[in-house]
Structures are given as structure tokens and as C-alpha cells.
Design a binder for this molecule. Structure first.
Ligand code: SDX
Length: 430
């Protein structure tokens, strides 16, 4: 350890004292490197990883106390206002915003990877029509690896870049296929003459009998939703992708593991759960009863779309989403009572000491569902759109991890609290 290395002193139960290196990042809390602790007699214990940094990363920074979200240093508010999703994808993957040539080349590369192998259609036919689309996405995204044996060498930069492009390009196609399959409509092929968001909405809502005319406000809002969900540092699904990737699994399998983790209602499934909650509230007069339940420790009900492991202030994405909600409802001429209930619920909850004391504020999922509903997207597709958007974040983190020198398989330890060693008991003596 160098002389000017900052350290933390750890006194162990056996009176051993350890000097542990302390590292400081660009922003955020310094970290104590406990890597050598396994040579001593103790492990650290942090279920849920509330106080554990799992890696170094240059991609995204979140300041939970001040509601700040930066992607490669750029504030989410500025990216949502002035950028496009594919431009943010380039930034997350490469570390810099693209110049005109880089942007055009990246857009062209993504555009020319949007088709999926025709045989993938057979995978859909094996699912019941009412299968949750996230169940289908877990299956078909993992299955993509069966079609790309030529680019699965994760130590090959070109293979990693190809896999990243294929995943970002094909997720909208597969997501729209999930929806079309559920409603018995024919799959709509991607078009090279459309933008990323336009293409997705066209594959979702076009039919062979008529050409869907994307509404520019809805297209722009869809692209903004993609941006707002693109990445969020070491959240549960991204950490899952990193853990899967640490074993050397192929990128398609790793992204499928991220989709599975995102599906949970505590994570990416919350946007769907918010709509079900607002529908269950049904009228603003019922809000107090639901808030009472959310505060009741004996009731598993929680206020969906509220609270966050990191944000102890407004989620900056929720603020942007709230404004977009208003714009979209005006654009489509919908007076969605759920939006009124959401606004009143937010207003009442943020005056309630239970939520204020626990710093529980609306998160990215609180308004996103209302916007997607206004665009015409069915509720069970909300988490699929979250997965579509987050694919670039997952891939960027996977790529960063694989490219980290000395990367090894992630394998946490445990505190064993089971039975002490004992001898086998024959059946006739039990
Ligand atoms: C996402 O990590 C990410 O970055 C995720 C994400 C991303 O972009 O990847 O931002 C996306 O997943 C957003 C979160 C979406 N989930 C929800 O909206 C579901 C509802 N929220 C809760 O399930 C909860 O707030 C979590 C899961 C989001 C955070 O859980 P924590 O950090 O484990 O919070 P906690 O359980 O420690 O809560 C602290 C207290 C507890 O009460 P006490 O024991 O202190 O009395 O707050 C309470 C909790 O019971 N609490 C809630 C609550 N969230 C926390 N009480 C009622 N309603 C809630 N929503």
C-alpha cells in the first residue's frame, strides 16, 4: 500500500487490527476495500447490499439525497430534453456523445440489426396466448444465443460490440412480437425508414390492413421513456447481469437474467403494479384507506411507485415523467382519472409524516405507467418496455465488467446458521 493511500482501521474480535485501503471516486461516498478480509478470520455481512459497492464504474452516478442522475457525467434532465435514446445508447456504451458521423454510423448499425431470425417465430408459438410477455422475453432473449454462435467469444471486442448492437436493435422487435402474439395479430416487421421509437410503435400498432400513423408527440414521449429507463447504476437487474456475466456466460443469457430480475414488483414490475394500485383505489376518496394499509406493518401492501433504495429525495426521472404525463394526456385528449388519482395520492402522501420520515418519494415507475397507458400500451407490457430501455444499461455494465482487468467470478460468502455437524439417522430410527 502506498504511503499516501488513505486507510480505515478495522479492529477484529480476535484483537487483530487491519489497515484497509479507502478509495474515493469522482462523486459519492468513499469505499473501504475489504478484498483482503478473506485472509483474516471474518467476512462482512450486508444482506441486500445496502452498504456495499460491488464494482468501480464510469457509466452512471446517482446522488440519492439530492435527486441527481448523471450518465457519463451528463444530467438526465438535459439528456431527456435534448437527446434521443440511440444517442444516449452510444454515450452509455462509448463514454462520449457521438459526433455527426459517429451518430449516423451507430444509427445505421442498429437499424440493420432489427430483424430477428424467422425461426424465432416458432418459439412464440409454444407459449399460451395469455402468457405474461416478460415470460416470453426471458425465453426468446436467452434463445438469441442459439442463433449467434459466430459472435459469442466474450474476450473478443468485436464480438462484444456486435452482441451489444444486436441486443439494442432486436429488443423492440421482440417486445412488439410479444404484444402482437398476445392479441393474435400478425407480427409486423421492422422498417429501416423509421426512427427507433417510431419503429417500435409501428411494430406494436400497425396492421397489414392499414398503416399506423405514429403521433409525433407519442413517438417523442416513447423515446423519452426509453431514455429515462436506460440505466441506473447497480440496481438489482444490472447487478444480476454483472453476476451472470462474471461466470463468462454469453451476453444474451446475461440479458435474459436481467429481464428475469427486473420482472419483480419491487423493481421493474412496479410500473404495472402502480396501475393496478390506482385502479384499485378507483376514486380519490379511497386514498386514505390505501395509505393506512401502506403504513401497516402487518399488511404486505406497499405504495407502488413510491420509495427507492437510493433516492431519499424525488427521483429526477419521476419529475420529468410527471410533466410528460400531462403533455401526453393533453395530446391524446384523454382525461385519465388514474392521473388525477396519482396527482392527489402524491400530494397527500408527501404531507404524511410516515412517508416524509422515511424519505419515500415517487420514483420512475409512479407516472410511467399512466403515460404508457395513454400511448395505448397494455399494462402487462410496461415491464417489457422497461427491459427494452434498460438493455443498453445492462450491456454497457456487462461490457465494462468484461473489459475490467483481473475480473473474476463473483461469489459472495455467507453467515451459516444451520445445523451443527451430525451423523446420518437410518429411516427406522427417525
Ligand atoms: C425501480 O435500484 C434501482 O435503481 C431501481 C430502479 C432502476 O431504475 O433500476 O430505480 C427502478 O425498481 C424503482 C423502485 C420501484 N419499486 C416500487 O415502486 C415498489 C414500492 N417500493 C418499495 O418496494 C421500496 O421502496 C423499494 C423496494 C423500492 C426500496 O426498498 P428498500 O430500500 O428496501 O426500502 P426499505 O424496505 O428499507 O424501506 C424503509 C422503510 C420501511 O419501513 P420501516 O421498516 O422503516 O418502518 O420504508 C417503508 C418500509 O416498510 N417503505 C414503504 C415503501 N417503501 C419503503 N412503505 C410503504 N410503501 C412503500 N412503497
Amino acid at each position: 500500500m502506498s504511503d499516501n493511500q488513505k486507510t480505515a482501521t478495522l479492529s477484529l474480535p480476535n484483537n487483530e487490527s487491519l489497515q484497509l485501503p479507502v478509495y474515493e471516486g469522482t462523486y459519492g461516498a468513499p469505499v473501504i476495500d475489504i478484498g483482503d478480509l478473506n485472509k483474516s478470520s471474518v467476512f462482512t455481512f450486508d444482506p441486500g447490499f445496502r452498504s456495499t459497492a460491488s464494482c468501480r464504474s464510469d457509466i452512471t452516478f446517482i446522488d440519492g439525497s439530492n435527486g441527481i442522475l448523471l450518465h457519463r457525467g451528463y444530467p438526465i434532465e438535459q439528456l431527456a430534453e435534448s437527446s434521443e435514446y440511440l444517442e444516449v445508447c452510444y454515450l452509455l456504451l462509448n463514454g462520449e456523445l457521438p459526433n455527426e458521423t459517429q451518430k449516423q454510423n451507430f444509427y445505421d448499425e442498429v437499424t440493420h440489426h432489427t430483424l430477428v431470425h424467422e425461426q424465432l417465430i416458432n418459439f412464440f408459438n409454444g407459449f399460451p396466448r395469455n402468457a405474461h410477455p416478460m415470460a416470453i422475453m426471458c425465453g426468446v432473449v436467452g434463445a438469441l444465443s442459439a442463433f449467434y454462435h459466430d459472435t459469442l467469444d466474450i474476450q473478443n471486442d468485436e464480438h462484444r460490440t456486435n452482441s451489444a448492437l444486436r441486443l439494442i436493435a432486436k429488443m423492440p422487435t421482440l417486445a412488439a412480437m410479444c404484444y402482437k402474439y398476445s392479441v393474435g395479430h400478425p407480427f409486423i416487421y421492422p422498417r429501416n425508414d423509421m426512427s427507433y421509437a417510431e419503429n417500435f410503435l409501428n411494430m406494436m400498432f400497425s396492421l397489414p390492413t392499414f398503416d399506423y400513423e405514429p403521433n409525433p408527440v407519442l413517438t417523442q414521449t416513447m423515446d423519452k421513456i426509453f431514455i429515462l429507463h436506460a440505466d441506473h447504476e447497480q440496481n438489482a437487474s444490472t447487478s444480476t447481469v454483472r453476476l451472470a456475466g462474471s461466470s463468462g456466460a454469453n451476453p444474451f443469457a446475461c440479458i435474459a437474467s436481467g429481464i428475469a430480475a427486473l420482472w419483480g414488483p419491487a423493481h421493474g414490475g412496479a410500473n404495472e403494479a402502480v396501475i393496478h394500485m390506482l385502479e384499485a383505489i378507483e376514486h380519490p376518496k379511497n386514498i386514505p384507506a390505501f395509505l393506512k394499509r401502506a403504513k401497516d406493518k402487518d399488511d404486505p401492501f406497499r405504495l407502488m411507485g413510491f420509495g427507492h433504495r437510493v433516492y431519499k429525495n424525488f427521483d429526477p426521472r419521476a419529475k420529468i415523467m410527471r410533466k410528460s404525463c400531462h403533455d401526453v394526456l393533453q395530446a391524446v385528449g384523454v382525461n385519465d382519472q388514474l392521473f388525477d388519482i396519482a396527482l392527489q395520492l402524491e400530494d397527500i402522501a408527501l404531507k404524511d409524516s410516515y412517508f416524509l420520515d422515511r424519505k419515500l418519494y415517487p420514483n420512475v415507475d409512479f407516472y410511467s405507467g399512466i403515460i404508457m397507458k395513454a400511448i395505448g400500451i397494455p399494462t402487462n407490457m410496461f415491464s417489457v418496455i422497461f427491459a427494452l430501455s434498460r438493455t443498453v444499461g445492462w450491456v454497457a455494465h456487462w461490457n465494462e465488467m468484461i473489459g475490467t482487468p483481473g475480473q473474476s467470478i463473483s461469489r459472495p460468502r455467507q453467515l451459516y446458521t444451520g445445523a451443527a455437524k451430525r451423523d446420518f439417522v437410518p429411516l427406522n430410527q427417525r
